[in-house]
Design a protein around this ligand. Structure first.
Ligand SMILES: [Zn+2]
Length: 386
């Protein structure tokens, strides 16, 4: 399931991380994808070395236009090293800058999966300043073309090296922290129940949930050194798990929620995870797609509940709800969500990520469950089908 070597992950804090970063740049033409704030956070202040170009022209949920521009800039600069510093969006753009050809036509072919990225390319180094995406160890990047999600999925998108400093989470806004935690939980649980799971992926996924469980149970831990360490370790472990399996329906159905309603990624995943847990744990016999039989998805949810220290699928759903309550409520309205519900379901079910889901989902079932979940999240008591 996995192609190419795994990412070498270093865990370095403070001055050690700054030293490593400067040594990484030494003697290379580097192309750095980062916002000015992210550069300051990792200690790259003042005039940057002459051989280093920075690219900060990207937004949250970056577009294919921004990704292609980054690839062109990287080529123009003749960079042999691409360094992504920041949150999930910086990671995604850095991966695209490393993997996409500079030529716009060839880049479009790669994005449309008519061609593969060049086998050789610049070295890719990632320094995440948030935890949860697991992007530092996965071989995919998420980009948006208008409201359509595109996934670059290639070994060229897997970093050669990543540097994790959990202390960079200090000062991370709480809603960013908790959305990242929900993303980690979704990655781990979806990887566990994925039809592509194997002993290695399941081991990483369970370890991720065991790491993050105490922080989910007691929010105060997120403000401590061990709490930040656990969040970042769990994010990387869950990233290792989905690197082997990919995500499933909770993610597939989340992308349109982000594209159309602006819901933060981890929150959008949790909106679907909270109801999918029950569906996957207790599927109707004729809906099980996993060739290993109904015991496999049920066992996966049981394993997730055990690792999280909660009781069965209901316990998992309650825990997800408790963490959702710590996230900043989205500014979008349910009226808008209700108007778009058919389109959200249609686009979500059309995503290739549905492929690993161990049970068959019907359009009507998803429409009802996602509608109910959005009603709960957005606090609107009107008719979701209005
Ligand atoms: Zn995710």
């Amino acid at each position: 399931m996995m192609s190419g070597p795994m990412t070498l992950v270093r865990r370095l804090t403070g001055p050690e991380r700054e030293q490593w970063l400067h040594a990484t740049f030494e003697g290379h033409r580097a192309f750095v994808v980062a916002s000015p704030a992210a550069l300051r956070r990792v200690g790259l202040r003042g005039p940057l070395p002459g051989t280093m170009a920075t690219f900060s022209d990207f937004t949250p949920n970056p577009s294919t236009v921004q990704a292609r521009e980054a690839a062109r800039e990287r080529e123009r600069h003749g960079a042999e090293l691409v360094v992504g510093i920041g949150g999930g969006s910086a990671m995604d753009v850095a991966k695209a800058a490393a993997a996409l050809p500079a030529d716009p036509g060839r880049a479009a072919d790669v994005l449309a999966r008519r061609a593969r990225p060049d086998a050789s390319g610049p070295r890719l180094v990632l320094v995440p300043t948030t935890a949860g995406t697991g992007s530092e160890v996965t071989c995919f990047a998420t980009l948006y073309e208008h409201t359509r999600k595109l996934s670059l999925d290639d070994a060229r998108c897997r970093a050669d090296e990543a540097c994790i400093d959990p202390e960079l989470l200090r000062g991370c806004p709480p809603h960013v922290l908790w959305c990242g935690a929900l993303d980690t939980v979704a990655h781990a649980i979806e990887s566990l129940w994925s039809m592509r799971s194997d002993p290695t992926s399941r081991h990483s996924a369970v370890a991720a949930l065991e790491q993050i469980a105490p922080v989910l149970a007691d929010a105060r831990r997120a403000a401590t050194v061990p709490g930040r360490d656990a969040l970042s370790r769990a994010g990387t472990l869950a990233g290792r798990a989905i690197d082997r399996t990919r995500t499933t329906a909770a993610h597939a159905l989340a992308y349109p929620l982000t594209a159309h309603l602006g819901l933060a990624h981890g929150l959008a995943c949790a909106v679907n995870l909270r109801w999918l847990v029950g569906v996957v744990a207790c599927p109707a016999p004729d809906t099980v797609l996993d060739p290993r039989g109904p015991a496999a998805p049920r066992g996966a949810v049981d394993a997730a509940a055990r690792a999280l220290g909660v009781d069965g699928p209901e316990g998992v759903a309650h825990l997800v709800d408790a963490v959702l309550a710590r996230c900043r409520p989205p500014s979008t309205t349910l009226a808008r969500a209700a108007l778009l519900l058919d389109c959200l379901v249609e686009e979500g079910l059309a995503s290739e990520r549905v492929g690993g889901t161990p049970v068959a989902l019907t359009r009507e079932q998803v429409r009802m469950a996602m509608g109910d979940s959005l009603v709960g999240l957005l606090g609107y008591r009107g008719k979701a089908s209005a």
